[in-house]
Structures are given as C-alpha cells and as structure tokens.
Design a protein around this ligand. Structure first.
Ligand code: NAD
Ligand code: TYD
Length: 337
C-alpha cells in the first residue's frame, strides 16, 4: 500500500488521475493538495469525496510550512500543480514563475526533507519549442529545450530544477513530458473544451491566425496510464515522453467537433494570432512504449467523440465555470480579425 500526495489534484489532469488511481489501486491512499486557483474545482472530485482513502488539503505548493505538513507519511509525490494556460502566461507571467518555478523548488525541498521514495513531475512537450510545419521531425527525450512562451519557460525551469535535485541531492525523481491532453473536466479556456462549449451555446469558435498550427492530442486517461507505467516501471532520474503519434491542425480539430455536434462551419471565426505561437508539436513516444511497455488505449476520433458526449451530458459543470471572471478574461483575450 502506498500513500500518494497529488498536487494540483483539483485541476483537469490531476482530478482525472485521482479517479484513475482510486479505480485501479483501491488500497492506496491519496492526499489531494491544491490551492484552488480559477482552474481548481472540487466538483471534479465529488464522487470520491466520501472514499476513506481520499482526502483534500487546500494549500499552495510554494507554502513551505503547509506542504511539509501535508507530506507527513507520504511515499510518492506527483506534481501536477501549475499555472497551465499559455495565453494567460502572455497576459501575466508572474503567477507562472511563482507556482511553476518557485513552487516546484519549495515542493522539491519539502520532498527531500520528507525522504519520499518517488517524486514524479508532470511536464509538457512545450519545453522543446516549435517544430517546422513541413518537417517530419518529432520531439524525443534528447531534444534540446527551447521554450518560447512564459508558460513553457516556467515549465522548462521546473524540469531543470527536478533534474538538478536528482543529480545534486539524489532525490528519486522521474519526469514525463506529454502532448496536449483532452477529456472530461478540461477547463473551457483550452481549445477543445472551448470549441465544444461555445458550439453548445451557439457561439463562435475563435481560431488563432491561419488555424494551421499543429498539436498532438492525448486522451487524458491514456496520459494517466502512462504516468502509472512510469511510477511502476520507470527508472529514477529518467524522463519519458507521452504521446500517441498523431498530430492535426487546429482547424481540422474544430471541424471534427462541429461535425460531431451537427453544427455549421459558420461558427468558425478567425481571430488575432497568439504572439510567438508555436507552429507544431509532435512526440516520438518510442521510449515509454519500448522500455516500459505502455500503449495508448484510445484512438483520437473515438476519444474526441467520448469527450464531446461528456460535455453534452455535463452542461451544469461547465456552465458554472463560464462566469463573470471567465467573461472578463475572454474579453481581454479575444480580438476578432
Ligand atoms: P489545470 O490548470 O486544469 O490544473 C492546475 C491545478 O493546479 C488546479 O487545480 C490549480 O488550483 C492547482 N494549482 C495552481 N497553482 C497551485 C499552487 N501554487 N499550489 C497548489 N496548487 C496549485 O492544469 P492541467 O491541464 O490539469 O495541467 C496539470 C499539469 O499538467 C500541469 O503541470 C501542466 O503544465 C501539465 N500539462 C498539461 C497539459 C494539458 O494539455 N492540459 C499538457 C502537458 C502538460
Ligand atoms: P491550447 O489548448 O491553449 O493549448 P497549447 O497552446 O498549450 O497547445 O491551444 C491549442 C492550439 O489551439 C494552439 O495552437 C492555440 C490554438 N487555439 C485557438 O486557435 N483558439 C483558441 O481559442 C485557443 C484557446 C487555442
């Protein structure tokens, strides 16, 4: 039996991971440690609240005293806590440095003191920068870091700190860098949930620039099984990239969602591009597949259909999130071309 501290467990991927872990490891204990920023939502975990192996502590990973207390008796830390949205990092980088960089360092110190058996850090393919649209190149574990947004730079810094704590202090760390996730409980500021919920509300879907920016999309449950493999079989000090070897331009993703919802292409609206917008991300996931035997369960179209259904069946969940603060952010962010 293991006792896990999940930081950022009230967010999109963290809450999916908690569901996944409690289903597959019912004897383990989980402490969810989350600051509950705008994207942290305890409604994501309503169905596990009464599980005796689950508990919640509200706190900031940058709060040394509180995090040390929360780490008592913990053997495994999985750090999902982060400011996670590129566009917000362009509007205001400071919170990204405070949580993603300083917060990770404070958490690493506390994990060292607590002598945890494993510190797993969740990162992103965005640390590697942008690939050319016309190349076949993909990111691998040896691709040099070249972050190009404040978000990506803050995640790159956190990855470097995690590796430094392995080399300097022998903290037993692993890192996974994954593709764009999608699925249930995804906050509706990111492309896929924004498109689905806007269409369900009869609103336009904002497409940045020419819409030909390419992303790789990983269903969140497959991400969770990838993290599980790294925890169970991964080698301490190593990094694993998690992706499904698919990548598509944004406009094609939006067109697929429009089709699934039986809506019209008239809802597509081209808006002002994101500054420094990375052209293409794509992952070569050969290492985790070959060395750890991981493979994704879902194909993209199947998972997209499941996701669209989930948002159709959970309108209460996302309608509450599209509140006054969300509207204020939306007005600041989107300028129609
Ligand atoms: P999210 O924004 O939905 O959730 C982040 C969670 O962290 C929220 O619950 C928030 O309250 C919490 N949090 C923020 N600051 C905190 C702090 N200082 N202390 C404690 N908790 C804090 O993000 P997500 O999409 O679930 O991303 C989770 C992790 O996965 C992040 O590290 C992100 O960089 C990484 N990641 C995400 C994607 C993606 O496509 N969503 C892809 C690759 C990597
Ligand atoms: P996003 O979901 O923000 O993830 P990331 O920037 O971390 O990859 O964006 C995915 C892609 O969709 C990215 O190329 C930006 C684009 N995009 C739009 O075209 N319109 C939007 O409203 C949003 C949020 C993103």
């Amino acid at each position: 039996m293991s006792k896990l501290l999940i930081t950022g467990g009230a967010g999109f991927i963290g809450s999916n991971f908690i569901h996944y872990w409690l289903n597959n490891h019912p004897d383990d204990q989980i402490v969810n440690y989350d600051k509950l920023t705008y994207s942290g939502n305890l409604e994501n975990l309503k169905d596990v609240e009464s599980n005796k192996n689950y508990s919640f502590t509200r706190g900031d990973i940058a709060d040394a005293k509180k995090i040390s207390k929360a780490l008592e008796g913990i053997d495994t830390v999985i750090n999902f806590a982060a400011e996670s949205h590129v566009d917000r990092s362009i509007l205001d980088p400071a919170p990204f440095i405070l949580t993603n960089v300083v917060g990770t360092q404070v958490l690493l110190d506390a994990a060292r003191d607590a002598k945890v058996k494993r510190f797993h850090h969740i990162s992103t393919d965005e640390v590697f920068g942008a690939l050319q649209l016309d190349s076949k190149e993909k990111f691998t574990e040896t691709t040099p870091y070249n972050p190009r947004s404040p978000y990506a730079a803050s995640k790159a810094a956190s990855d470097h700190l995690v590796r430094a704590y392995f080399h300097t202090y022998g903290l037993p760390v692993t890192i996974s860098n994954c593709a764009n996730n999608f699925g249930p409980y995804h906050y509706p500021e990111k492309l896929i949930p924004l498109a689905i919920t806007n269409i369900l509300e009869g609103k336009k879907v904002p497409v940045y620039g020419d819409g030909l920016y390419v992303r790789e999309w990983l269903y969140v449950e497959d991400h969770c099984s990838g993290i599980e493999k790294v925890l169970e079989k991964g080698k301490v000090g190593e990094t694993y990239l998690i992706g499904i070897d698919m990548d598509l331009p944004n406009i094609e993703i939006i067109t697929k969602i429009i089709k699934l919802l039986g809506a019209s292409d008239d809802l597509i609206e081209y808006v002002k591009d994101r500054p420094g917008h990375d052209r293409r991300y794509a992952i070569d996931a050969a290492k985790i597949k070959k060395e750890l035997g991981w493979k994704p369960r879902y194909d993209f179209d199947e998972a997209l259909a499941l996701t669209v259904k989930w948002y159709q069946n959970h309108q209460d969940w996302w309608q509450k999130l599209k509140n006054k603060n969300y509207e204020d952010y939306y007005k600041k962010q989107y300028i129609i071309r």
